[in-house]
Every structure is written in structure tokens, then in C-alpha cells.
Ligand binder design. Structure first.
Ligand code: ADP
Length: 158
């Protein structure tokens, strides 16, 4: 069984993430979306909230599971029996960091490979930070995230 992990902060999940999840789920038997608990960042949403939001927007895909994790990604992958890491690539700016991480992870565990999916051109500009910045100023985020997520984001700023 081909198990892949799509890790990230998902603070909050955007249409860009959902597009990667939909496409990645088609090239593996099981896709685990790994929500990173990162104590050095101060996210807008708690890890439980981020897991719940993801679960709400991926209901239409059968072979996807959402889990939280902390620590090294390669350790989490091993725990989950996954040997593929999926990452989305938006622009050249993503590339350098992703290139370093992919190599570092492969050196830490040579059985694990990283697969990159290029962004859907419609979402190439989109990041969770953009969503928060626009929502923080009361702007319209309906093109960036599903309605259920938009409501939760606005609630945080009200
Ligand atoms: P962000 O960079 O938006 O805070 P994450 O850290 O949660 O997002 O990113 C998780 C993964 O999703 C990364 O591989 C990132 O490159 C990818 N990703 C984020 N936004 C998009 C997008 N709009 N299109 C494609 N991939 C994306």
C-alpha cells in the first residue's frame, strides 16, 4: 500500500491546500494530512481547530486522513508507514527551502522520498498568511477559503 504524508501548518487550510490534497490523493492509496504542532510559531488556530477544519473540507475524499504531529517529519512518516512526502510548490521562492528539506529528509531516512506537485495556477499566489492578513483588515477571503473556514477566520478577528 502506497502511503503518503502531506505536512503543513494549515493555519488555516486554503483552496491551494485542498487542490494539492485532491490531486495527491489520486496518486497514492492513502494520504495522511499531517498538521504540525510547532511551539515556536504562534498560530491563529490551535492544532485541534486546524485538524477539525481540514476534516470539514476533505469529506468528499475517501482515502484521506488528518492527524497532528510534532517533532521530525521523517519520524512521523515512519510511525505512519509512509514513504512519500508530498509538498506543494508555488513559486521559485518555495523551491530553495523545499529543496533543502527534501534532501535533509532523504538523508535522515533514505526510504522516504519527497514528491512535489506544482500549484494550480489559480492559487499560485495564495498562502495562509495572505488569508489572515486580508481577513485581519476585514477584506473578502471568499476566493481563498471555503465559507465554513472563512466564518471561523472572521470570528478570530471579531
Ligand atoms: P502556508 O505556506 O500557506 O502557510 P503550509 O505551511 O500549511 O502553508 O504549507 C503546506 C504545504 O502546502 C507546503 O508544501 C506549501 O508549499 C503548500 N501550499 C501552500 N499553499 C499552496 C498553494 N496555494 N498552492 C500549492 N501549494 C500550496
Amino acid at each position: 500500500m502506497r502511503i503518503a504524508i502531506y505536512p503543513g501548518s494549515f493555519d488555516p487550510v486554503t483552496y491551494g491546500h485542498i487542490d494539492i490534497i485532491e490531486r495527491a490523493s489520486k496518486i497514492c492509496d492513502k494520504l495522511i494530512v499531517g498538521v504540525l504542532m510547532n511551539s515556536s510559531k504562534s498560530p491563529l488556530f490551535s492544532v485541534e481547530e486546524r485538524v477539525n477544519m481540514l476534516n470539514e473540507v476533505i469529506q468528499h475524499i475517501d482515502n484521506v486522513e488528518v492527524c497532528s504531529f510534532s517533532g521530525l517529519l521523517v519520524d512521523f512518516a515512519k510511525e505512519m508507514d509512509a514513504n512519500i512526502i508530498v509538498r506543494g510548490l508555488r513559486a521559485i521562492t518555495d523551491f530553495e527551502y523545499e529543496f533543502q528539506m527534501a534532501h535533509a529528509n532523504h538523508i535522515l531516512n533514505s526510504e522516504i522520498d519527497t514528491v512535489f506537485l506544482t500549484t494550480n495556477i489559480d492559487y499560485s499566489y495564495l498562502s495562509s498568511s495572505t488569508v489572515k492578513e486580508v481577513a485581519g483588515f476585514g477584506g473578502d477571503i471568499s476566493q481563498f477559503v471555503p465559507d465554513v473556514i472563512a466564518k471561523k477566520v472572521y470570528n478570530k478577528y471579531s
